[in-house]
Write a protein that binds this ligand. Structure first.
Ligand code: AQP
Length: 325
């Protein structure tokens, strides 16, 4: 079984990216063929400073390694290093339609405050490139946070459409979403997602100083009342903190509710802060070590070579199927 996932190097990664994506990747490496990439072409779909993009790309690679991905078992690469992504994108854009792309929640959210005349085509066709990423590697499993499921679903529609027309060429991918932590919310406004490109004081960044992380958690908004239980509507702040705790300790939400039922909000937050700091402290140290060691560049170079071989095989099949001589 092949697993594929990626993250855009669009900004400082958040605890949401860690819990919803990063932390889950390494569990597959012992018994699956795993491809993890840096979606740097996707990062261009919104304005980004070139130097920042370069820096984020190297840092994200270091995060992959710090999260336990072993480059001897996992292919770690940059999307822009494998030209088959752009080529398959050029072919597949003819099999997804404007109506379906304009219904994508991520497109609607990202473009809602933009001048309608200045919305880049890449933002609109984002799901086509994402479908290309997945289909090139014939991925069976795509671990993602909840917000990316819609893009996997449109990829699945594309597979049906394409295969109905040309035969069984593309492999159907399946999204896998973690049961706890599929959508981590902002600590200052638990009605919005913790997100790397929209900086908010309620977002915990993986590069944050540990004292800053503690402060952010201690000042997280809580809800009226004093009880600690899961209720996304009545207790969104507490539910979010419980989710963070449960995801990082690999416990069930029920067990966490039992543990904290007699705690006061302040003491509960202290425990959440300890768990986050105990996770991110060593994680940051490892990542900075990988950055300094030069390992990052070597991993990306090797990964690009391995990924290109697999990607070109699928591209060839697709080109033949659609009639490109
Ligand atoms: N708050 C979150 N909780 C759980 N999972 C999350 N993910 C993102 N935010 C949360 C998951 O992390 C992966 C990152 O994917 P991406 O970089 O392609 O972009 P995204 O989904 O658009 O994530 P961001 O952080 O919101 O990035 P920006 O702000 O650049 O758009 C995905 O698996 C995502 O589900």
């Amino acid at each position: 079984m092949r697993v594929l996932s990626g993250i855009k190097p669009t900004g400082k990664l958040t605890l949401g990216n860690y819990i919803g994506a990063l932390k889950n990747f390494s569990q597959y490496q012992s018994d699956h063929d795993v491809f993890i990439f840096i979606a740097d072409l996707h990062a261009l779909t919104l304005p980004i400073d070139p130097e920042e993009l370069r820096m984020n790309t190297r840092l994200l690679t270091a995060f992959y390694l710090a999260a336990g991905l072993d480059p001897n078992r996992v292919t770690i690469f940059k999307q822009s290093d494998v030209s088959a992504h752009a080529e398959l994108n050029a072919i597949l854009q003819n099999y997804l339609y404007m109506g379906e792309l304009s219904r994508m929640t991520q497109f609607k959210e990202k473009s809602q405050n933009m001048d309608g005349n200045a919305i880049g085509l890449g933002l609109f066709t984002y799901p086509v490139l994402m479908a290309s990423d997945i289909l090139l590697y014939e991925a069976n499993i795509v671990p993602v946070g909840e917000d990316q499921i819609q893009h996997i679903e449109i990829t699945r529609d594309l597979v049906v459409r394409f295969n109905n027309r040309y035969g069984k060429i593309l492999v159907m991918p399946e999204p896998i979403v973690s049961t706890v932590g599929k959508r981590i919310m902002s600590l200052s406004d638990p009605s919005i997602k913790m997100s790397k490109s929209e900086s908010g004081k309620g977002d915990i960044y993986l590069t944050d100083d540990l004292t800053v992380i503690r402060k952010k958690i201690m000042s997280a908004v809580t809800d009226s009342g004093s009880e600690i239980y899961v209720d996304e509507e009545k207790k969104p702040g507490i539910t979010n903190l419980l989710t963070i705790y449960a995801a990082l300790t690999d416990k069930s939400l029920d067990d966490c509710v039992k543990k904290f039922k007699d705690y006061r909000y302040g003491d509960f937050k202290k425990e959440v802060a300890n768990v986050v700091i105990n996770t991110l402290g060593p994680f940051q140290e490892k990542a900075y070590e990988f950055l300094k060691s030069g390992e990052v560049d070597r991993v990306l170079r090797d990964g690009a070579q391995k990924a290109t071989i697999i990607a070109n095989q699928t591209l060839k099949k697709v080109k033949e199927a659609v009639g490109l001589l």
